[in-house]
Ligand binder design. Structure first.
Ligand SMILES: Nc1ncnc2c1ncn2[C@@H]1O[C@H](COP(=O)(O)OP(=O)(O)OP(=O)(O)O)[C@@H](O)[C@H]1O
Length: 282
């Protein structure tokens, strides 16, 4: 039993662990009678970056979409909780989500073009988000939009502001989507295969941008990637999913250097030839 004396002595009491920013507890997701995710649990501390990995179909995207309150049509949370800064958001209404998405949680996905309106300039779309979500006046929102585009490493941001999505490359579009995602100053960014479709050089630049945003904004990150090298580069911890279940989780170095589960060992072995050793050794 702990001594009451020790408990009350500030010199000997251990510092309390920070409350998790995101806590996924025994999450079950189902499409009708078919269960697809069978009790996934993990916590993400403020400022932490977690990588969600696993083969295609292991439940990474469904888990992220449930965390974001946008499960695909026909899929619903059938058990468990998703707590964001302590609030259980798993059954939030659309109106409740409107208050959370943007200032607390935001996301970027694989195909940025499909999230933008092709007939509006990217600046107009960013400005609209700033006006609606942050209540900025049109002129102030425009200036803020240009600033945000510049801080995403986009050169000639005034010019980019007035361009249409089809005029921009994939890497530029992903930077615009990241600008939109962070425009509400969220605590948590969910990045689901956000760099997968980009060529290697551009991918590295966008990963550097995400790393810089993490440091500058104390942004927490939930990163989904089939690419363990990307996870090794950005994440503090890794959660490995297989068939809708967590098979292993822990610090990135530990999970990738000494995987405990045979499934993780096979995943890591598959990646060796793509230079994982080099990135893990950083
Ligand atoms: N809308 C849906 N209706 C029914 N089943 C679905 C739906 N979306 C996904 N699934 C199924 O749920 C399981 C998990 O899918 P999910 O998309 O989360 O996998 P993933 O790990 O993200 O895969 P990938 O890396 O290919 O994106 C798969 O068996 C998939 O077929």
């Amino acid at each position: 039993m702990t001594s009451p004396l020790l408990e009350s002595d500030p010199a000997t009491a251990a510092a309390p662990a920070a409350a998790p920013l995101l806590s996924v507890d025994d999450l079950h997701l189902s499409a009708g009678a078919r269960e697809l995710v069978h009790g996934v649990s993990f916590d993400l501390a403020p400022g932490e970056a977690i990588g969600l990995v696993g083969e295609s179909g292991s439940g990474k995207t469904l888990t992220c979409r449930a965390i974001l309150g946008v499960p695909p049509p026909g899929v619903a949370v059938s058990g468990g909780t998703v707590r964001l800064a302590g609030d259980d958001v798993a059954h939030y209404t659309r109106r409740q989500w409107d208050r959370v998405r943007g200032p607390r949680i935001a996301a970027v996905f694989q195909d940025p073009a499909s999230y933008l309106n092709p007939s509006l300039t990217v600046g107009r779309q960013l400005t609209e988000v700033l006006r609606v979500k942050n209540g900025l006046h049109r002129r102030v929102a425009r200036a803020r939009a240009v600033e945000l585009l510049a801080s995403m490493g986009l050169h000639r941001p005034e010019h980019v502001h007035d361009q249409y999505p089809y005029e921009l490359s994939g890497g530029m579009l992903q930077r615009v989507l990241i600008a939109i995602a962070v425009s509400g100053d969220p605590d948590l960014l969910v990045a689901d295969e956000a760099t997968t479709a980009l060529d290697v050089t551009v991918q590295a630049e966008v990963l550097d941008l995400i790393a810089a945003l993490r440091a500058e904004r104390r942004l927490s990150l939930l990163l989904v990637s089939h690419d363990l090298a990307v996870v090794a580069q950005l994440c503090d911890r890794v959660v490995v999913l297989r068939d809708g279940r967590v098979v292993e989780s822990g610090p990135t170095r530990q999970v990738l250097d000494e995987p405990a589960d045979p499934y993780t060992r096979a995943l890591v072995a598959d990646h060796r030839e793509y230079g994982l050793d080099r990135l893990v050794a950083r």
